[in-house]
Ligand binder design. Structure first.
Ligand SMILES: NC(=O)c1ccc[n+]([C@@H]2O[C@H](COP(=O)([O-])OP(=O)(O)OC[C@H]3O[C@@H](n4cnc5c(N)ncnc54)[C@H](OP(=O)(O)O)[C@@H]3O)[C@@H](O)[C@H]2O)c1
Length: 268
């Protein structure tokens, strides 16, 4: 039995890979550095060789146009390769992501879907690290709360969904333990860092310009910016309990994450 982590070099994939390695389970990773490219299905050939269960993390975002077709092809390949279980990383409330989930399942391999809230680690490991560093979260975000989830909870949940018995074909919604606006998040990050940070509402084009400053390519920045207006309309403004369901413990808070990230020098 071998586990496969598609996106194993990334923010979630590396955490899932670490957990499987620590449990001394056989695991390998797939991404461009191992020869697997989402943009070229001719590179997918031996991806699932000897694989029993796989974690699927699509980059940059499951909700972007053209992704369902890729997920459908991957699902067919997984089925033809004898894979018994898939775990797909997805996002809460994203219509585009729903289409990608359904497309992967069309192949017939039992698939647990983890629909996640905004990652807490976006503030330190991804596109919001620059704004935190500058002490100003300039975002096209309305005053609508979000339930930011800790990537270590996501990885623990993925580990359980991948390794526990039974075929599994469930959908889990994962959030943190509290609803917070981006202004609340800025206050929590300020407290943990000991450096002031504030929230400022800006329009999409200003945010896209800021993302370019932080090195996010335009083809990722535009759809990312529109996720703010799509998802932050109140549809996700409630807590969900996939972390508790899968892990039988409470989800970790933004302040706990922020203290750990500050102590690890995330914004030094
Ligand atoms: N950010 C959020 O708040 C949030 C919330 C919910 C869901 N999500 C979902 O999370 C997913 C992203 O997860 P993540 O942050 O763990 O991923 P990530 O860190 O951005 O990327 C994972 C890996 O993908 C590989 N990669 C990049 N382009 C590739 C390509 N063309 N072909 C093959 N591999 C490629 C990269 O490794 P190589 O360089 O080796 O290729 C990278 O290390 C998205 O599907 C998104 O929808 C995000």
């Amino acid at each position: 039995m071998t586990y496969l982590i598609i996106g194993g070099a990334g923010r979630t994939g590396s955490r899932v890979l670490d957990r499987l390695t620590t449990a001394t389970l056989p695991v390998r990773s797939a991404s461009r550095r191992t020869g697997f490219d989402w943009d070229d299905d001719e590179t997918w050939g031996g991806t699932f060789r000897d694989v029993t269960a796989a974690y699927v993390c699509f980059t940059p975002d499951l909700a972007f146009p053209g992704v369902p077709e890729k997920l459908a092809a991957l699902g067919r390949l997984a089925a033809a390769s004898g894979v018994e279980r898939l775990v797909l990383l997805s996002g809460r409330g994203e219509e585009g992501a729903r289409a990608s989930e359904a497309a992967l399942r069309e192949g017939g391999v039992p698939t647990n879907v983890l629909r996640c809230s905004w990652f807490q680690q976006n503030f330190s490991e991804h596109f919001l690290a620059g704004p935190v560093q500058r002490g100003c979260l300039r975002l096209p975000a309305p005053d609508v709360p979000e339930a930011f989830v800790d990537l270590d909870d996501v990885a623990d949940a993925a580990f359980v969904a991948l390794t526990r018995g039974g075929p599994g074909n469930a959908t889990y919604e994962l959030s943190g333990p509290e609803l917070l606006s981006f202004a609340d998040a800025a206050a929590i990050l300020s407290e943990a860092r000991g450096v002031p940070a504030r929230f400022e509402a800006v329009d999409v084009s200003t945010f896209v310009e800021d993302l370019a400053t932080d090195g996010i390519p335009a083809e990722e920045a535009e759809p990312l910016a529109h996720l703010f207006t799509d998802i932050l309309d109140g549809r996700n403004a409630h807590l969900v309990h996939g972390v508790e369901q899968l892990l039988a413990r409470p989800a970790s808070s933004l302040s706990s994450y922020a203290r750990r990230a500050a102590a690890a020098g995330a914004w030094s």
